[in-house]
Design a protein around this ligand. Structure first.
Ligand code: HEM
Length: 487
């Protein structure tokens, strides 16, 4: 308990109905040694409320930390986007960021080998814009139909209730598009030391629309201004042995000390028409756009400078949703993004309820009039009072805004279930480019990390993985084979 909780004139403790509580030390009993009485409504209320303290954890990214801050525009990108968040240099927008690990439950240790979630809510003056990204620029799969299967291989085995490396590698060797992300995950960057010293990525291709209604495809990058720091497997094991909340403590304590973490916001921009001819499918979430083709363009700076007053209120109840976009920022044909546009709001309706937009951390900070959504569980804001609840109406209540409409998008072809993994596809050159950047020591750690992770996996799966690594680079396959003691 902090000093701020100390009160010279204590407020009177009340029950939920506001009435004073006479005794918070002793239950009301029948006689000095007898059973408690049903009429002890304070005891009943206290036990009943306690029973309901937990809400469902996020189905993925359950363990996380968050903080508030600001986004400041440092460079003019209005030729790409008309979004008011970018309107002028120096403009500041409040933000909330939640960082997370993916596979562990709400009580999992922070220093685990896993992707980190990097989810930013911008409270813009045109509504909330959420970039729900990771600390990696790519992902394991590229069709949303695959996401539940993939996550099942990362979570606990249905029988043993243990994490199951065989399931993970069985899945990965059958999905060569995962190799890029698997290589990042098994590399030094697989265990960031904390949430401050890692980059963030929007990962997907989104769209920008400018005032002339021209569309650009865009990727978001958030470069840590604290630099990058990672743990090795051995260091992480030691940290977890003594501190399961290492990243939470690091973030909280640095912000308390006034050492505010910052990220440089940069974008890659592709004019709309170039998507047709670019050698890489720009809507494939398992591929990056090389910087030599699409260089990074400066936009601004994110700074985290305020810890939440209450973890549950702001971090546990935060709802981040890639479907939250504002005029000037939109989606793309990336089908993973389209799956996510459904999944998040749906998950939050289940996890937090239909009126989760009213929870302060989620509520827009600009005037908003979603007047045709009414009622529902836990509607606590006056429910728009007597405002007209249908549209169109003769009163002109709440007009639609054509400025929020995206330019039309050309789409062609037959509706079908197209094989999203063509035979001649290149799964290997991007992980090869990444592997080429690793020095000898980094490669040795990569081989060791993979070998330890795969130790319990049947040999046929180990060999299938090595076949893929060989296609990335023979030195990659040979290194993993040697670390596993395989010929
Ligand atoms: C959380 C689904 C892919 C990053 C979640 C949640 C769901 C979900 C249901 C929990 C939401 C909640 O309860 O509030 C999916 C589906 C995907 C997908 C269906 C693919 C089709 C991705 C990708 C990324 C990502 C590609 C990153 C590029 C995150 C993050 C969170 C999250 C950061 C935590 C958000 C927070 O801090 O509250 N995902 N996800 N997910 N996902 Fe995904």
């Amino acid at each position: 308990m902090t000093d701020t909780n100390k009160q010279t004139q204590p407020n009177i403790l009340t029950n939920a109905a506001g009435a004073p509580v006479a005794d918070n030390q002793n239950s009301k009993t029948a006689g000095k040694r007898g059973p408690v009485l049903l009429e002890d409504v304070w005891l009943l209320e206290k036990l009943a409320h306690f029973n309901r303290e937990r809400i469902p954890e996020r189905v993925v990214h359950a363990k996380g930390s968050g903080a508030f801050g600001t986004f400041t525009v440092t460079h003019d990108i209005t030729k790409y986007s008309k979004a008011s968040v970018f309107a002028e240099i120096g403009k500041q927008t409040p933000i909330f960021i939640r960082f997370s690990t993916v596979a562990g439950e709400r009580g999992a240790a922070d220093a685990e080998r896993d992707v980190r979630g990097f989810s930013i809510k911008f409270y813009t003056d045109q509504g909330n814009w959420d970039v729900v990204g990771n600390n990696t620029p790519v992902f394991f799969v590229r069709d949303p139909l695959k996401f539940p299967d993939f996550i099942h291989t990362q979570k606990r085995d249905p029988k043993t209730n243990l994490r199951n490396a065989t399931a993970a590698w069985d899945f990965w060797v059958r999905h060569p598009e995962a190799l890029h992300q698997v290589t990042i995950l098994m590399s030094d960057r697989g265990i960031p030391k904390n949430y401050r010293q890692q980059h963030g990525f929007g990962s997907h291709t989104y769209s920008f629309v400018n005032a002339a209604n021209e569309r650009f495809w865009v990727k978001f990058h958030f470069k840590s201004m604290q630099g990058i720091e990672n743990y090795t497997d051995a260091e992480a094991a030691e940290v977890v042995g003594s501190d399961r909340e290492s990243a939470q403590a690091d973030l909280f304590e640095n912000i308390e000390k006034g050492n505010f973490p910052k990220w440089a916001v940069r974008v890659q921009i592709m004019p709309e028409a170039e998507a047709e001819t670019y050698r890489i499918n720009p809507f494939d979430l398992t591929k990056v756009w090389p910087h030599k083709d699409y260089p990074l363009i400066d936009v601004g700076v994110l700074e985290l400078n305020k810890n939440p007053e209450n973890y549950f209120a702001d971090v546990e109840q935060s709802a981040h949703n890639p479907g939250n976009v504002v005029p000037g920022i939109g989606f793309s044909p990336d089908r993973m993004l389209q799956g996510r546009v459904f999944a998040y709001a749906d998950a939050q309706r289940y996890r937090l309820g239909i009126n989760h937009h009213q929870i302060p951390v989620n509520a827009p900070r600009c005037p908003y009039h979603n007047s045709f959504h009414r009622d529902g569980a836990m509607r606590t804001d006056g429910n728009l009072g007597g405002a007209t609840n249908y549209e169109p109406n003769r009163f002109g209540t709440f007009a639609q805004d054509a400025n929020a409409e995206d330019p039309r998008l050309a789409i062609s072809g037959f509706a079908d279930r197209y094989n999203h993994r063509e035979d001649d596809e290149d799964y290997y050159s991007q992980p090869a480019a990444l592997f080429a950047l690793f020095d000898a020591a980094q490669r040795e750690r990569l081989f060791g990390n993979i070998a330890r992770h795969m130790a319990s996996v049947p040999e046929d799966i180990q060999r299938a993985a090595i076949d893929h690594f060989n296609k990335i680079d023979p030195a990659y396959g040979a290194g993993v084979a040697q670390a596993l003691g395989l010929k």
